[in-house]
Design a protein around this ligand. Structure first.
Ligand code: R7I
Ligand code: MG
Ligand code: MG
Length: 349
């Protein structure tokens, strides 16, 4: 498809919801046999076997707040976004939120709060969360702004409302950049795509906050860059086992152990793979493969889904999957509005 076409917008937002909804089944599982994944996905095609509608979790609940805020305010407004997160949590607290972030969401609902970034800064003894909760909702920023500088800045600030550790918010920047590039068709050249992400992250991680957090948490000086180099090494290999992907990249709840993993899932599934059905297209392969990694499956599949959906477009998504997932139709409509926002004439040029 053409760069930043409507099909790519719809693909990104809808596949993110699907990843979250179908991934919920395996979240936290240590080992997920591919057979179980394929059984779960084939149930979606068979309405008599399906267990009705698969509900979305916090990943989609918060992404929907991001979308509504960006559309209503026609740009990033931290007060508005914070209010929407707090309201969403208070209305549906049972969506599977991370155990730490709940404190932040409760504080954000206080009318006395003057600095919306403060509650996130109080987390984990003042260092802030490195969870993937900022990254899981970062895709809409790539769909709202055509300029990469805006995507980076707003994805970062949007994540900082709950995640003030650089290993949290830089994961959101990486995820938004991956969706941004995918939307432009950059995954047609996978080697260049990963190189561009590394170049971008070299700059994003070149500051004292990142160096400080990395030192305290005993990570490489530029943690996301180091992981992206591992992604590149794994891409170059003819065979890679699931165990190796997990040990090299991780499948956990930290942004560092899940965003590079999601990017790898997309790149690995660009070609048919022996472990996946031959009748699957690339998007179906990406979702199935993400689930088979186990661990934080809803979030990894949600992030991989957004990147893959922006690459393949809405046509690659099975209708039967869309029908089974709560919020998928809404995402499709929201994508149209974001497409309008993205393509509106630039303000004050
Ligand atoms: O990041 P967050 O919003 O959680 C997102 C995850 C996704 O998988 C969702 O699908 C949902 O299941 O939750 O929530 P946080 O509570 O900020 O972070 C998640 C978890 O990461 C925390 O509950 C901690 O276990 C861990 N964590 C940390 N642990 C120690 N020190 C995050 N930051 C730290 C830290 O600094
Ligand atoms: Mg979740
Ligand atoms: Mg999760």
């Amino acid at each position: 498809g053409a760069p930043a076409s409507l099909s790519r917008f719809r693909g990104a937002l809808v596949a993110a919801v699907l990843g979250d909804c179908v991934g919920g089944e395996f979240e936290g599982a240590e080992e997920v046999p591919m057979e179980s994944v394929l059984q779960h996905l084939s149930n979606l095609d068979d309405e008599t076997k399906g267990n009705g509608i698969l509900e979305y979790s916090d990943d989609t609940a918060m992404a929907r707040c991001v979308v509504q805020s960006l559309l209503t305010r026609a740009g990033f407004d931290e007060q508005d976004m914070a209010r929407r997160f707090a309201k969403e949590y208070s209305m549906s607290p049972g969506r599977g939120y991370g155990s730490g972030v709940i404190q932040v969401l409760k504080k954000l609902s206080s009318p006395q709060l003057s600095d919306v970034y403060q509650p996130a800064k109080d987390q984990f003894n003042g260092r802030g969360s490195f969870g993937n909760g900022g990254a899981m909702r970062a895709a809409p920023f790539a769909l709202a702004f055509p300029e990469p500088a805006d995507v980076k800045r707003c994805a970062c600030q949007g994540a900082m409302l709950t995640h003030s550790c650089s290993l949290g918010y830089n994961g959101a920047v990486l995820q938004a950049l991956a969706v941004h590039l995918s939307l432009q068709g950059a995954i047609d050249k996978p080697q260049q795509f990963i190189s561009r992400l590394i170049t971008e992250m070299e700059e994003v991680e070149d500051n004292k906050e990142t160096r400080n957090d990395a030192r305290i948490l005993k990570e490489a000086e530029k943690p996301f860059c180091e992981r992206l180099h591992r992604v590149r090494d794994l891409m170059d290999r003819s065979t890679v086992s699931i165990e190796e992907v997990i040990s090299e990249l991780g499948n956990g709840i930290a942004a560092l152990h899940s965003v590079p993993t999601a990017i790898f899932c997309v790149l690995h599934c660009l070609q048919p793979r022996e472990c996946l059905p031959a009748n699957y297209g690339g998007l179906e392969r990406t979702i199935a493969y993400s689930l088979a990694l186990g661990g934080d499956t809803d979030t990894i599949a949600c992030m991989a889904g957004a990147i893959a959906g922006a690459h393949y477009g809405i046509e690659a998504i099975p209708q039967s999957w869309i029908r089974c997932c709560e919020g998928a139709e809404d995402a499709d409509t929201d994508a149209e509005w974001l497409h309008v926002l993205y393509w509106r004439p630039s303000q004050g040029g």
